[in-house]
Design a protein around this ligand. Structure first.
Ligand code: SF4
Length: 266
C-alpha cells in the first residue's frame, strides 16, 4: 500500500517542497508539492531521489581501512558508528595535543549543491570549537564570486534579486531554471506581472528561449559587453548621477577639469 508523505528535497539548498510516495519501506516516487512555498517544480536530481536512496552503491555505514595506502585494495572493514566517532575523536585529540589544533585541516563539501545544507552550521561550529583556522571549503564555480567578490567590493554577499517586483530581469551567465528553482519561480511570477527579460549566455538555455532579448556572447567577451553597456548608459545619461557621485568610486574616474562622467569638458 502506498502512502504519500509531505517533505522537502534536501539534495541542494533550494529545498523544494515534495510529496513522497512510499510503498512499505521503499521510496518509489517524488513529485512537487504545490502547497509548499518552494514546491512548484523539481529538478531531475530531486525526481531521481528514489534511485539515490536505494542505490546499492550508497555508503550507509562507516568503514575502516585495514591495509596501508598504496596497497592493492583498501581492505575495508565495517565498523559501528560508536567505533568510528570514538576513533576519530581520539585521533583528533592526539594530533591537537601533540602539534596544536592548526595541524588539522578540515575539508568540507559545498552546502549549496549537496545535502550538507542543513548540517553546515554544526560542522563549522565544531571546527571553531576545535580551534583550527584551516578549512578547505568547496564551492561552485558560480558561487564564489556571488558571495566573496561582492563582499570584498560592497561589504556583503550579493542579495537575492527581487525578481518578482522587477521591471526588467537581467540574467547574466545565470541559469536558475537548472540551478535554483525557487529563483526561477520568482522570475516566472515577475514575468507574469510584465517584467521584461534579458539573458546573456552563450548557450540557448530554456530561459533564453523565453527572453525578450537573448545575447549569446562568445565565452570571454562578457567584459566587452559590460563596458559597452556602461558606455551607453553614460552617453545617454540614463544613470543616477547623485547615487554614482555619493556611493561609487565613479567620481575618481573623472578628470578634475571635467564636470561630467563623460570626461568631456563642459
Ligand atoms: S532544485 Fe532539485 S536538488 Fe535542489 S531541492 Fe529542488 S528538487 Fe532537490
Amino acid at each position: 500500500m502506498t502512502t504519500t508523505i509531505p517533505g522537502y528535497c534536501t539534495l541542494c539548498r533550494s529545498r523544494c517542497g515534495t510529496l513522497n510516495e512510499v510503498d512499505r519501506e521503499m521510496l518509489i516516487a517524488v513529485r512537487p508539492d504545490p502547497s509548499h512555498p518552494t514546491g512548484q517544480a523539481m529538478c531531475m536530481k530531486g525526481h531521481a531521489a528514489p534511485e539515490i536512496v536505494h542505490s546499492p552503491h550508497r555508503q550507509l555505514y562507516p568503514l575502516r581501512r585495514t591495509t596501508p595506502k598504496g596497497s592493492a585494495g583498501p581492505g575495508w572493514q565495517r565498523i559501528t558508528w560508536e567505533e568510528a566517532l570514538s576513533e576519530t575523536a581520539r585521533r583528533l585529540g592526539e594530533i591537537k595535543a601533540e602539534s596544536g589544533a592548526e595541524a588539522v585541516a578540515f575539508a568540507i563539501t559545498s552546502p549549496s549543491g549537496t545535502p550538507l545544507s542543513d548540517s553546515i552550521d554544526w560542522i563549522e561550529r565544531f571546527i571553531r570549537h576545535f580551534g583550527s583556522p584551516n578549512i578547505c571549503f568547496a564551492t561552485e564555480i558560480c558561487n564564489w564570486h556571488k558571495d566573496f567578490a561582492h563582499a570584498f567590493t560592497f561589504g556583503c554577499a550579493m542579495p537575492t534579486a527581487d525578481y518578482e517586483n522587477a521591471d526588467t530581469i537581467l540574467l547574466w551567465g545565470h541559469n536558475p531554471a537548472n540551478t535554483w528553482l525557487a529563483q526561477a519561480h520568482a522570475i516566472g511570477r515577475g514575468r507574469k506581472k510584465g517584467a521584461a527579460m534579458v539573458v546573456v549566455d552563450p548557450r540557448p538555455i530554456a530561459l533564453a528561449h523565453q527572453a525578450d532579448v537573448w545575447l549569446p556572447v562568445r565565452p570571454g567577451t562578457d567584459a566587452a559587453l559590460a563596458l559597452g553597456l556602461i558606455r551607453m548608459l553614460i552617453e545617454t545619461r540614463r544613470y543616477d548621477e547623485d547615487f554614482v557621485r555619493r556611493w561609487t568610486n565613479g567620481p575618481f574616474l573623472v578628470r578634475s577639469s571635467a564636470r561630467s562622467f563623460t570626461g568631456r569638458r563642459d
